[in-house]
Design a protein around this ligand. Structure first.
Ligand code: S6P
Length: 574
């Protein structure tokens, strides 16, 4: 088998951008096979030893566990003297969303930590400035920068700022590539690259003034989609170190190697429990795919942080699959009151910002039809009367009503709840006694839900024909990382040299066969900014390269195909 970990496999790409050899034919898989493939890919997160020639460190490697222990001990110190200290977590896209979710959850537990929210990915200056503002007046700050691909300039700027101010900051980087695969591309208006920042951190790690936690978790099932495995691994790592530190601080002990290993093993168990429901997950994938194929919608209706998991998964479908904001939407019981975001109620910004169940009932439900799929996400600890009432309302509009339910200990799902739904996926978790253990259980339940929803949204878009093999060809080229990915896809599928692929992309983005000097020399961030408004950028450029035709002609040919996978296939076989 073609194993991605061999040094000769896609040698120019970092692990997080490589294609996973397991999922090469994922676009043709049936829902059941699809879920098996996702399960196998997620198993790689917990791989003990990478067998290939490169010798990557994994989640359980001594070096990784030891670094987690060191960082957890720093967290303990901060928890003991929180007055003039701070923990800041920061990242872009999914990494930022997960940092936000965790900061909110742990704040509720501790009422002490503070958070840092998402910001533009390509700006190191803005990253440093935001960080400086958030940290003003603090004497001791643990900064955790998350960039799964070791690539976001925003995070690089913050880490660099921390290293220039080591009297206050201890920088920590979480990502899933080895340091020598960190992005080394020049960043406009800034001297360091992500790689040089990481190398500087590596030196400081020797004296425990900076830390890098970067196990390999293998390529994503859908190439480059770091919201999936890398997102799950981010959640696992952050929770492990924060939880270990929290319990140690409470009991006046110190986090040990064994504590960390035990927590990681618990998460591995969560993976097994989640995929023990593979058949039910496949049912949801099939139904959601059928809704999207008909041009209809999938709605996640969740309670508490499971509502947040739904909103996160739904929001990622826009950049990942070029989906419309209305294709997959998430709702949470009390809307913004439940989200705990600093800005408060954002629903006046537009319909896509209306996220409460009340909004769902008022504006969405009247338009729900039989072809839509509605997936409820809750635990048996939630208000089951509210669940039943809302489910009965939805049932009047569609029978495509499903539930993902988390039960604990001896409690089973009441019949009146089961009966409302067309199908019910029940996770039964061992009961927990103390309040704090139930906090940990909530985190695990969130991860299980993330895995289910990632499978549903990815699987549904595959069934809709959005994916070619295991590549998202119609990606939105909205930042420099995605521009690079687009060029690499074009090189791979057209066989043309990089320069030509880059040129074709510029032509499509600026809608001209003869780009001006200004267009050609603009920074990648400018191309990405312009590309934001163009559609089918990569498929159009691919057609141009293969058919040696104009932008206009390529667009016209593409218009004949409704399904991207078919368009790419037709282009490649012609
Ligand atoms: C990926 C997701 C993106 C990334 C973002 C940050 O599936 O859609 O939004 O999270 O680009 O990436 P990274 O590598 O810096 O964590």
């Amino acid at each position: 088998m073609d194993r991605w970990e061999m040094p000769s496999y896609e040698p120019d790409l970092p692990i997080t951008e490589k294609s996973n050899s397991r999922t090469r034919d994922m676009d043709r898989a049936q829902p059941e096979q699809l879920v098996q493939l996702l399960r196998d890919c997620d198993t790689e997160i917990f791989q003990h030893l990478w067998e290939g020639g490169a010798g990557y460190q994994g989640l359980y490697s001594d070096s990784v566990v030891q670094t987690i222990v060191h960082v957890a001990r720093n967290v303990e110190e901060i928890l003991k003297c929180p007055e003039d200290s701070l923990i800041v977590m920061s990242g872009c896209g999914t990494s930022g969303r997960l940092a936000y979710l965790l900061a909110t959850s742990f704040n509720r537990l501790l009422k002490r930590l503070k958070k840092q929210e998402e910001a533009p990915e390509d700006s190191p200056h803005l990253g440093a400035l935001n960080l400086e503002q958030v940290c003003a007046g603090k004497r001791r700050i643990l900064f955790i920068g998350i960039s799964c691909g070791l690539s976001a300039p925003f995070v690089a700027g913050q880490l660099d700022f921390c290293m220039d101010n080591l009297n206050v900051f201890t920088p920590v980087l979480i990502g899933f590539n080895p340091v020598n695969m960190a992005r080394n591309e020049p960043i406009p208006g800034w001297t360091p690259t992500f790689r040089t920042v990481t190398e500087r951190m590596l030196q400081m790690q020797e004296t425990h003034r900076a830390f890098i936690i970067n196990p390999a978790v293998g390529p994503e099932p859908l190439s480059g989609s770091s919201r999936m495995k890398a997102g799950s691994a981010t959640k696992i790592l952050l929770e492990t170190l924060l939880w270990a530190a929290h319990t140690s601080a409470l009991s006046h002990t110190h986090t040990t190697h064994r504590d960390v290993l035990n927590l990681l093993r618990d998460y591995e168990h969560v993976h097994r429990i989640t995929y023990s429901q593979s058949d039910q997950i496949a049912v949801l994938v099939k139904q959601a795919g059928s809704s999207l194929k008909k041009g209809r919608h999938v709605y996640y209706v969740g309670w508490h942080t499971l509502g947040v998991m739904g909103i996160i998964d739904a929001s990622e479908c826009v950049p990942t699959f070029g989906a419309d904001v209305g294709d997959i939407c998430g709702f949470i019981n009390e809307g913004y009151a439940e989200m705990g975001n600093a800005e408060g109620d954002l629903s006046s910004l537009g319909p896509e910002f209306c996220i409460g169940h009340k909004d769902f009932v008022r504006t969405t439900l009247p338009n729900v039809t039989e072809s839509d799929s509605v997936i409820f996400l809750f635990t048996l600890g939630d208000d089951l009367h509210a669940v039943e009432d809302l489910a009965l309302c939805v049932k009047q509009r569609t029978l495509g009503l499903y539930a993902v339910i988390h039960a604990s200990g001896p409690h089973s799902v009441p019949d009146n709840i089961k009966e409302v739904f067309a199908s019910v996926m029940t996770f039964t978790w061992p009961s927990t006694s103390e309040e704090e253990n139930s906090f940990l259980r909530t985190l695990q339940v969130e991860l299980a839900t993330k895995w289910v929803l990632n499978a549903v949204s990815t699987g549904a878009h595959i069934l809709k024909g959005k994916i070619y093999r295991n590549y998202m060809m119609d990606l939105k080229v909205t930042n420099s990382k995605l521009f690079r990915r687009a060029v690499s896809l074009l090189q791979m599928f057209s066989g043309c040299p990089e320069e030509l692929c880059h040129g074709a992309l510029i032509q499509v983005i600026y809608s001209t066969d003869q780009p001006t000097e200004e267009m050609n020399t603009a920074p990648l961030t400018e191309h990405a900014h312009t590309a934001n408004t163009s559609s089918k950028v990569v498929p159009t450029a691919l057609l141009m390269l293969r058919w040696r035709c104009s932008v206009h002609e390529a667009r016209a040919r593409l218009d004949g195909h409704m399904i991207i996978r078919d368009a790419v296939e037709a282009c490649l076989t012609a």
